[in-house]
Design a protein around this ligand. Structure first.
Ligand code: AMP
Ligand code: MG
Length: 423
């Protein structure tokens, strides 16, 4: 039966194609203060407001000079001082040097800066110590070397983190135009679920997927909307789906396996869903479903924008986490206007381990811990985190990645180069 299901690669390709389509529909743009822009996505290109740097800048404490004169080792007359923040001085007269601090504008006429540590100063004169020489341009960043006024520094769709914020600040942007965050409905289903604050009665468990997925949605650039939990019956699911379909993306957890009370798929069908796949050859997460709901009105339905993607994630917490990272996060990133859709994989070297972890016919994504503090020239080392199945939240919380075990692997040899899925 499972051979009829798509492989991980096939399912991922299908999701990537949908994500690429969605990425063409640009989200609305809003302005946020720079201090609140981390984690958002740039809505319009970031352009240089002036040349960067705006003046020829010294990168050292030392003496601005003409390289040719300094390299002759003749004493140069100290004609003045420029500190960072001073206006550009000059022009520098022949035979002169000019004391200068890191970050200060180089006086007109100077073409190099000799470092303080490389000179001898006596009687108001400075001399480059033998046998050093200095070349034109040394220790100076020329005006406009990094960017010219009006240059596009970052394209729309760039995720904003500290480096982009620094660049924006340097260009005088106290606020940024960013894409509006897509609203993501998180609908947990299951008769056994109680809210986090409630004391579970015998047989009940707390809804941990809701808060987990909310955190994952935020990390992937969305705005989470935790819907009230839906019970395992057609009526409750129909009502919950009708409400949740207001969102830009719908994430359902639980109720997609083959059990008697796994009623999410029929409910989605009643809501007009078209399924791209119902199950993937992965573990954990095999029952994952992915599809689209029609637009909510005739106007929306005509537009591509009216389509609403949904994922039905298996309820086991590890299954939910893995399938979200692999499949939902890229679609969400596309809806958020990001150029970086993911998922993100890296290579690592498998630590010594006795366990066999292959499961023929299924690509596995097992909780693992990678020591990213790699020795130079070597791959980081990754080890399986001992786990007791897809409900083992403690294993999940001790992991920092998922180790990918290919479909055809019986076991992975210690020391093997393996792929890891990054959160
Ligand atoms: P299901 O996918 O509905 O068959 O659920 C599979 C397993 O995941 C069951 O043990 C559920 O109790 C558990 N589960 C389902 N939903 C959640 C949730 N929101 N939080 C934590 N565990 C869940
Ligand atoms: Mg269930």
């Amino acid at each position: 039966m499972s051979s009829a299901l798509p492989s991980y690669e096939q399912a991922a390709a299908q999701v990537a194609a949908c994500a690429a389509q969605l990425a063409r529909l640009r989200p609305k743009i809003e302005r946020v203060e720079l201090g609140r822009a981390a984690g958002r996505v740039l809505g319009r290109p970031l352009c240089a407001d002036q040349d960067q740097p705006p003046f020829a800048r010294s990168t050292r404490d030392g003496f601005a000079c003409r390289a040719l004169e300094a390299s002759s080792h003749a004493p140069l007359r100290l004609a003045g001082t420029t500190r960072a923040g001073d206006a550009p001085a000059g022009p520098l007269q022949a035979g002169d040097a000019w004391e200068i601090m890191t970050g200060a504008p180089v006086p007109a006429g100077a073409d190099a800066v000799v470092m303080l540590e490389h000179v001898e100063i006596a009687g108001g004169e400075v001399r480059l110590l033998k046998p050093r020489a200095i070349a034109e341009g040394d220790n100076i960043v020329a005006k406009g070397a990094q960017a010219r006024k009006g240059d596009e520094l970052l394209p729309a769709g760039t995720p904003i983190q500290f480096a982009q914020i620094a660049l924006a600040a340097a260009c005088g942007h106290a606020a940024l135009e960013v894409f509006a965050r897509p609203r993501v409905a998180i609908l947990a289903t299951g008769d056994e679920l109680v809210p986090v604050k409630a004391a579970p009665a015998p047989g009940q468990i707390r809804n941990s997927n809701g808060p987990m997925l909310a955190a994952m949605v935020v990390a992937a650039g969305g705005e989470p909307w935790i819907c009230p939990t839906a019970a395992d019956n057609a009526h409750a699911l129909d009502a919950a789906l009708a409400q949740a379909a207001e969102a830009d993306l719908l994430i359902i957890t639980g109720g997609v396996s083959a059990g008697k009370f796994d009623l999410v798929e029929p409910a989605l069908l009643r809501a007009g869903a078209r399924f791209h796949f119902t199950g993937v050859r992965i573990q954990p997460g095999k029952p994952l479903v992915f599809g689209e709901l029609p637009g909510r009105n005739a106007h929306e339905a005509r537009k591509e924008a009216g389509k609403k993607c949904f994922f039905g994630l298996p309820g086991n917490p590890l299954s939910s986490a893995v399938t979200f990272l692999l499949f939902a996060a890229p679609v969400l990133a596309a809806l958020a206007g990001s150029r970086e859709l993911g998922p993100r994989f890296a290579l690592a070297r498998l630590a010594p381990t006795a366990d066999r972890h292959g499961k023929p016919g299924l690509t596995r994504f097992l909780p693992a811990y990678c020591n990213f503090n790699a020795v130079s020239g070597q791959l980081p080392e990754v080890a399986f985190v001992p786990w007791h199945g897809s409900g083992d939240l403690s294993a999940l919380a001790h992991s920092n990645c998922f180790l990918v075990v290919p479909e055809d692997a019986q076991a992975l040899e210690p020391g093997a180069i393996v792929k890891i899925l990054l959160p």
